[in-house]
Design a binder for this molecule. Structure first.
Ligand SMILES: [Zn+2]
Length: 733
């Protein structure tokens, strides 16, 4: 190839060549600089080592890190859920860390330092001078002389160190994170790693607020590490972390976890989950599942029997085990939502004006969608003609599919997007999982038709709760959250996070229509779990077959129930899931009782007054027994009489004024229903009984039933009503 040709070719690629050339030039430049640096480092290390070592000995920089204290995590009522306690250890370094320092160590000064250190520590702690000196009489280079010292103690010792120029004393700060609630709310709170960094839960997502800012003390020192008098110094104060205030309510969390465990025992399920949510703010009031985790020992299974098995696992397996244990299924696991999803389908069609609650459709037991036969759960039966409202109550699949056909598949999909079904909710916790929802094109009409009744798509429990929350909250979809603000050490709020509205999904009017339908479902259902006496609620239950190895299982199901309560002014939405029950199958029987239990407790806790309908009052009164007047009866006679009525008796001695007269107000809610409290009095009966026995004044008569001891008072009072199996207190004097 001659020169001319070569030039021609390179001209043709002139630009490319010039870029390559520039890269080459840059590379050579970097190479030269780097070689130079390497040489310089080598020169310093090898040739000039001695010279630099003596310079370093003259000028050392002491750079101490001052750890901030990690903020606490508090519940919404400022109860402590995670706290840091800092303690200090004191060490004595008897042999200097480097040879250069050892050469310079003054033996006489070491004796002075030992004596001064021992008297300083003895003055500030409970240790004696002699015991400290005894510990220092050793060949070890490093001795621990005190542990568990407090901040005031260590501050006094630190000032002594500076005043007396003690180089042998070293302070070690130990910070421990404590979770006073143990396993309660553990997956929301999270835990910290060995070096104090949040590794899951709120500890992780709010780490930047909790951790604070590390301070530094920098001083130029002499070869022994002592600050040079008049030398350069810089001190940057540490800033302690802020307290994070959660939306979780410790009490609600407690009774939710309690109810879940009872539900688990009843259903023998793999696990259960629950989310309790305030739809007006997006506040998560409680969120739990039945697999325990204790953040006080984040690297260990909670149960003793699991620990033995854990110990046999490889490191990798242990890592997997722990991340499974820390996992919060309410935000990280997806499931097919099933029938509660019909509330979303109906909301969409009502909002779009495609149907009204009275629109009439027919269920023939199945429906053909593009040559695919999709059955109703009642198949081979059929629901026949029914309104949209009744179709929700009947949980009819073919009608839901027809509703979506009228709405239009693509319009339906738009609403799924609006309800947040196709994306994460943005909850402020790490590990939220994406839903599994095909695009409208990929799902096609058959896929979209099955989505109408909550199948063929998978969502997280938190997504479902937030979508139902939009219906409860006049159509406004909120961002769910577990943290509402930040507080200082004194408990004053320094920042309140404003609840975030994602969007208005449906109108207030549509939301009201759907709430009315869900209330109708509650009235329509005959199961006890679907009703709460004194309150109007909205519910929807569901049962979906579980996907096991890619196929819908015949026996494994997820039962669920969602509630909005009270329906006229929703204060909360609760969702409970029962994963693979072995006793019971349908959501109403597995998740239903747990939702009912939680909600009943919550309505009482939130102080929402019941309003009993006349039918409810009748029903409650008929269930209860009216108590007669036992005054003047012998204890034995009264006890027999109560037993024949199926009631328990508790016998107590009446001392002085006694508790009886003071409790008359209990029946104030009247109408018999309120006197239900009398029934609960019986639950404390055992304690009252023990009290009577333990009381030295009553112990002389244990055999009270033999004698002629008479009843002088009773509770409940004559004429009040008691639930079957309840207790009546009989008092004698
Ligand atoms: Zn049907």
């Amino acid at each position: 190839m001659n020169r001319k040709n070569r030039q021609k070719r390179s001209n043709g690629k002139a630009r490319v060549f010039s870029v390559q050339k520039r890269i080459l030039v840059a590379f050579i430049f970097i190479l030269v600089v780097f070689t130079g640096l390497t040489f310089r480092v080598g020169w310093i290390q090898i040739v000039a080592a001695d010279q630099y070592a003596s310079m370093a000995a003259e000028y050392q920089i002491k750079d101490e890190r001052i750890k901030p204290s990690r903020g606490s995590i508090l519940d919404r009522n400022m109860n402590e859920m995670a706290v840091s306690t800092v303690s200090y250890r004191l060490w004595v370094r008897l042999v200097p860390a480097t040879e250069a320092e050892a050469a310079l160590q003054d033996k006489e000064d070491l004796v002075r330092q030992k004596l001064t250190a021992a008297s300083l520590v003895a003055a500030e702690t409970e240790l004696t001078f002699d015991s400290i000196m005894y510990k220092l009489d050793t060949d070890s280079s490093l001795v621990r002389i005190a542990s568990d010292l407090t901040k005031p103690q260590i501050e006094a010792i630190r000032s002594g160190i500076n005043k007396e120029n003690l180089t042998i004393l070293e302070i070690e700060e130990c910070s421990t994170r404590r979770y006073p609630l143990g396993t309660l709310a553990a997956k929301i709170i999270g835990s910290v790693s060995y070096d104090g960094i949040g590794q899951n839960g709120i500890e992780m997502s709010y780490d930047k607020y909790l951790s604070g800012v590390t301070g530094r003390q920098i001083a130029r020192t002499d070869p022994l590490g002592d600050a040079i008098t008049g030398g350069e110094k810089a001190y940057y104060e540490s800033r302690d972390g802020l307290n994070v205030v959660s939306t979780i309510d410790e009490s609600i969390q407690y009774f939710v976890e309690d109810a879940l465990l009872r539900g688990l025992e009843r259903t023998q399920a793999n696990r259960m989950m629950a989310v309790v949510y305030d739809p007006r703010t997006g506040d998560i009031l409680a969120m739990a599942d039945t697999d325990p985790y204790d953040p006080n020992v984040p690297g260990m299974p909670v149960l003793e029997e699991d620990r033995a098995e854990f110990a046999t696992l490889t490191n990798e397996e242990q890592g997997e085990y722990l991340s499974r244990m820390w996992r919060n299924p309410c935000i990280s696991d997806v499931y097919d939502p099933g029938s509660p999803f019909k509330a979303i389908t109906v909301s969409s069609a009502l909002e779009d004006g495609a149907v009204t609650p009275e629109s009439w459709f027919n269920c023939a037991g199945s429906l053909n969608v593009y040559d695919e036969v999709i059955r109703c759960w009642i198949h081979p039966g059929a629901h026949g003609g029914q309104s949209v409202r009744d179709a929700v109550a009947n949980s009819c699949n073919p009608v839901m599919m027809q509703v979506v056909q009228v709405l239009g598949y693509n319009r339906f999909y738009n609403y799924l997007e609006l309800f947040g079904i196709t994306e994460k909710t943005g909850v402020d916790l790490p590990g939220e999982e994406n839903p599994l929802v095909l695009s409208a094109e990929d799902a096609g009409p058959v896929g979209l038709a099955t989505m109408a009744f909550g199948q063929g798509l998978s969502v997280t429990p938190i997504q479902m709760v937030s979508a139902i929350g939009a219906i409860a909250n006049d159509g406004k979809l909120m961002v769910p959250r577990v943290v509402k603000g930040l507080a200082d050490r004194e408990g004053n709020m320094v920042e309140e996070f404003v609840p975030k509205i994602r969007r208005q999904v449906i109108s207030e009017n549509t939301a009201a229509e759907v709430k009315e339908i869900l209330n109708y479902v509650s009235k329509f259902q005959t199961a006890e779990a679907a009703k709460i006496s004194g309150y109007n609620i909205g519910i929807k239950t569901g049962t979906t077959q579980k996907l096991v190895n890619g196929e819908y299982s015949e026996y494994a199901a997820i039962g669920s129930m969602v509630i909005i309560a009270p329906i006229e002014d929703p204060q909360f939405v609760a969702l409970v899931l029962c994963d693979t029950p072995r006793v019971g199958y349908y959501g109403i029987g597995t998740a239903g009782p747990v939702v009912n239990e939680i909600s009943t407790e919550l309505l009482r806790y939130l102080n929402i007054k019941p309003d009993y309908s006349p039918e409810e009052i009748d029903r409650l009164n008929n269930q209860k027994l009216e108590i007669g007047n036992y005054t003047g009866w012998t204890l034995a006679e009264a006890k027999d009489s109560l037993e024949t009525l199926g009631l328990k008796s508790n016998i107590g001695v009446l001392l002085g004024g006694g508790p009886v007269s003071g409790e008359e107000g209990e029946g104030e809610e009247g109408a018999g229903a309120g006197s239900g409290d009398a029934g609960t009095a019986g639950e404390d009966g055992e304690d009252a009984d023990h009290a009577a026995h333990d009381n030295p004044e009553s112990s002389f008569v244990v055999n009270y039933l033999d004698g002629n001891l008479k009843v002088v008072d009773q509770y409940p009072k004559p004429g009040m009503r008691v639930s079957p199996g309840g207790s009546v207190f009989l008092y004698w004097q």
